[in-house]
Design a protein around this ligand. Structure first.
Ligand SMILES: [Ca+2]
Ligand SMILES: [Ca+2]
Ligand SMILES: [Ca+2]
Ligand SMILES: [Ca+2]
Length: 258
């Protein structure tokens, strides 16, 4: 903690006043009402999900602030049915910093990563966890602030603890529902099945092949010399790219800071 204080204080001293505060690195807006996974995912039928929108990303922002890398998810509808804060929504960011890494998004996401990650960040409610490419938890001093009124989840990670500059990194941002198994800590992505149940989403499959992800931020294809560098895949195509017959998981694309 003393070390973190030092980092914050030192950074504040070293930074000229004009750049104090958050520096916006990138922001993406995301469509409303596309929290449908492969195109037809639905929420569990229990009344706590009744308002829907708990896993609908509206915007995803990356900032640098006082030596921290800050991810902010704006969601359509964070809810607090038990007066314990947000327990229903879970967000994840996979961070690719170099060659190699973890090819799968963890915590029951059931999804592969186009850009294998060195770090993965998961947050729900007041809990946040950063894991490395071996799925080992890292004690890096990450902090999450969830604002149920303004529907934001803000995750702050001391950037030095995950080595270096972010401009060349790639980021995969995803949202789903959390299943904390009633324990109140950080859980996993809640299972999606073929038919919705009281505590299970619907529109996927009954096995663990479909992604348990409702919404992702899809990168905009970049044009080079007027030609799209790669063909644009819709979110439904990306999240619907699983195959029961082949046992094939979906592969999530990554965002880059331009
Ligand atoms: Ca959305
Ligand atoms: Ca990597
Ligand atoms: Ca499933
Ligand atoms: Ca989306």
């Amino acid at each position: 903690m003393r070390w973190m204080t030092c980092v914050i204080v030192c950074a504040a001293v070293l930074l000229p006043l004009s750049t104090a505060g958050a520096e916006l690195l990138a922001t993406w807006t995301d469509p409303t009402d596309d929290d449908t996974g492969d195109g037809d995912y639905t929420y569990p039928t229990h009344e706590v999900f009744g308002e829907v929108g708990q896993a609908d990303i509206l915007a995803f922002t990356i900032e640098r602030e006082n030596g921290n890398l800050v991810f902010t998810f704006k969601l359509r509808n964070l809810v607090d049915p038990w007066n314990v804060g947000n327990r229903l929504t879970m967000v994840a960011v996979a961070i690719d910093t170099e060659e190699g890494g973890d090819e799968e998004l963890r915590r029951n996401a059931n999804a592969l990563l186009e850009r294998p990650s060195e770090y993965q960040v998961f947050a729900a409610g007041e809990t946040v966890q950063v894991i490395d490419e071996e799925s080992e938890p890292l004690d890096v001093g990450a902090v999450v602030v969830t604002d149920v009124v303004n529907n934001t989840i803000r995750i702050s990670i001391p950037i030095k603890s995950i080595d270096g500059a972010a401009s060349d990194w790639r980021f995969t941002a995803a949202a789903g529902l959390q299943d904390d198994y009633g324990a109140g800590g950080l859980g996993d992505f809640r299972e999606v099945k073929a038919k919705p149940e009281e505590w299970r989403g619907g529109g996927g499959d009954d096995l663990a092949i479909d992604p348990n992800i409702y919404d992702i931020v899809v990168p905009t294809p970049r044009k080079i010399l007027g030609i799209f560098r790669r063909s644009a895949r819709s979110q439904a195509e990306i999240l619907g790219g699983y195959s029961l017959e082949k046992g094939k998981l979906v592969t999530l694309p990554a965002l880059e800071i331009e």
